[in-house]
Structure formats: structure tokens, C-alpha cells
Design a protein around this ligand. Sequence first.
Ligand SMILES: [Zn+2]
Length: 479
Amino acid sequence: MKHGMERRTFLETAGASAGLGGLLGAGCATVKTAEVGMKKETGLRGDITALVNATPFVDTHEHLCEESHRIRSKTEKTDIPAPDLGILFSHYSDSDLQVSGMPPEDYQRLRAWNVSPKEKWKLVAPYYARCRHTGYQQCVRESIRALYGEDDIREDNCEAISEKIAAQIAPGFYNRLLKEAANLEYCQVNALDVAVFRKSAQPELLAQDLWTIGISSGINMKTLTAAAEGAPVKTLEDVHAVIDHCFDTYGPRAIAVKDQCAYARALQFDPVTTETAAPIFTRFAQDEQSISATERKALQDHLFRRCLAKAEEHHLPVKLHTGYYAGHNGMPLGRVRDNASDLCALAHEFPHINFVLMHIDYPYQDELIAMTKHYKNVYADMCWAWIINPAASVRFLKEFLMAAPAHKVFTFGGDYIYAELVPGHAQVARRGLAQAISELVEENWLAESEAPALVDRIMRGNAHETFDYARAFRNCTQS
Ligand SMILES: [Zn+2]
């Protein structure tokens, strides 16, 4: 640790590196957030925390719905929970609450319109007390601090917080939450309410993934029919035409390909010929349940490999869910354990595709570090990981940076449906990231002078290098 002139030089470099000259002094929302309810870091840690707070993230993974849908859902009953504190406990947080004992029917009441904030708080409180230290609930508190000016949620402020949540949902709130409060440059979104690709009304803020699961690795006739847009889907040749149509239409507008078939199958994709897959699909098209598990895997393998060929043709990175499962009471850990090793064959066979393995493959992050170190075309994404296990994520980042090239990690994705939780997640990530970098400097693995460039790279530079935002945005606005 050095002091005096060098510390001033460090801070000047930090501001310049983030491209945010006056922001450190101006007190942006994110910097203020870091100082509410938390002990203020000083010295090296203070400088690195200020640097990390001032640097915007490129957010490489969200499931955010459109802002217009949120605004409509403020007055209309849709798939979105009522606009009150229930929003804060309805994604990820709910899993820890239910694993802590909250009955499923109480969770449904938490999302309902005809239950008051005080009644909802009474449903949450006993289980929140049990799991309040987890990353999911720390994220809830960080969002409450960032957006509603409270340190925590309690019986005496649950109504006031609920009023603020509802008041906030108005045109422009995505920009306020995501750009101002969370300090994000833009978000990459895997829309869950479309067959393959969402035409967003905000393509500058919400770049979109091309979603392959329903037309390949988890093929189902409903998605396939929707993606076909009126074209026939009776033969395998028809399915090939649908896949080609999706990639040729949406590939130029997409930021990446996204697939999370790891929730339903192993990530080992054998080569399967058209001759083998064609008769399987003909039967599948008539009755989806008529094919065996082996035939289903063969059909999925064949179609997913066709998607990979199209992704390569369109120069799209391929993001794959690896590791931990969302939800609760349903994770086959044996299959999860093999995710990274199952993918070695694809990494080798498709050297021109950049594979982005998501969620640090938690709890098998050592395997992911080994893969990113060994395969030139394998990248690690820390999306969601910071709130699954903040301590493991700090360890992961330190170990990654000392094992693999630094250009192959993306350090933030909120992975949320509701934008209110993204500022909290970004704050948890910034705290962990600052801790990891500070520890590397304190332990003499990293020179203090290298920190600004490294932080800029892993928070935003790597994403700009790997994902072609300018191309996707241009094509979204021209067509
Ligand atoms: Zn996700």
C-alpha cells in the first residue's frame, strides 16, 4: 500500500478510465448507494470501491420484460405481481423464503392484488428473518437502499416502500433504474414471453438474445409453430427452414444466442445425421410424446448443432446456462456437475464460436476456470452468481484472474424479470468485485497501478469486445 501522490494519481486514472470525469465528485446515485447503511471503506479499499462504483457495467444477462408491459401491469392484472413490496420478494428471493419454510400458498398471496402491504409483510417476516443474510435477500435490501432510501424493510415502512414502488412505475423508469441507479451501459435480455426473439421498443437499452431452446435443444411444437410464422412444420426439412429463417431474420439484430436446456438435459450434443433425425421428427410432429428419451435427445442434438452452425455463420456468441438451477426442490446435482466436462467436445469442435458459460457453473466454478484457461473460445459470465453465493463469487473472480486471460470474463448480469432488483444486484456485484480486486492488490498478486485498466476491462470492456452491440442496435433500428 502506497500513499500521498500515488494515491491521487490512482484516483485521477480511475476517473479517466471510467470515462466519467466528474462523477466521483458529483456523487452519482450508485456512489451514494454504496455509502448508505454500510461502513465506508478508506485507503486502498476506498479508492478501489470508488473506482468500481464509478465504472458502468455492461449487463450481459437479464430477463426484463418491456417497460410498457410493466406500466400496463400497474393497473391491469397480468403475469406481473401487484405493484407493492411483493415485487421485491417475487424473483429468486422467493426461493430462499420457501426453502426457509414459507408455504407456497402464502407466496401466491405475496404476489396478489387483494392483500395489503401489511398483510404481505406478516407473511414474509418469519422466513425473511431466517434467510436475510443470503445474497438473494442482501440484493433486496440493496435495491431498497438505492431506490427507496431505507436501510431495510420492516412492518413500519412496508406501506411507504410499497407506495414508492407503485409511484416509480411510469414512463422512463427503466432508464432511471438501470442507467442511473444501477449505472449500466446497456442490458442483454433473454425475453421469456416470445418464441425466439423480442422486438424491443428500447433496443438501445435492452439488446436481445436469440433464444434457441424451443426450436432445438428443448423443441416443442407450440414454439416451433409460432417461430414458423405460418410456414409448415411437418418434416425435418421444415424445421431446418424455420431455424434458418429465425437466424437470417433475427441473427443480425441479436446480441447473442441464448440456451438454457441444461435445466432439462445434459450438455453433451452428439452428431446426429438428417437421415436419423428426420423420421423421429415426423412422429414427434404428430404426437410429441410418441418418441423415446433416446430419440428425443437425438432430435435435439441434431437441431441444436444446426443452430450452432447458424450462430457461427452470423458471428454470434453462444450463451449457455451452466451450474445451479433457479427455483427450489428440483436440482439433479449429478447432471449439473457434468455441465463443463460435457461442453468440452463442443468447444473443441466449434473453435470459431465463442461459448459463454453462465453463472460461473456454480458450484463447479473450478471446472469453468479450467475450461476458460484451456479453450480459447470459452468465456465465463458471472451473471446471477453474485447473489447465489457472494463469497464464492469473490473467490471465483480472484482465482479466475490468476488462472485465465482477463479478457474472458463478464462480471455482471442481474438475471431478473423485474427491473427494481437490478440496482441491488449491481451493488452486491460492485461490493464483491471491489473486495476481490482489493484483496489481489493487498496480497501482492496485482499492482495497484494495474487496477483501473483491469476494472474497466472486466466491467465493460470485455463485453464490448465480444458482443457486437453496434451491429445489433443498428439492425434493430433499421428493420
Ligand atoms: Zn437467466
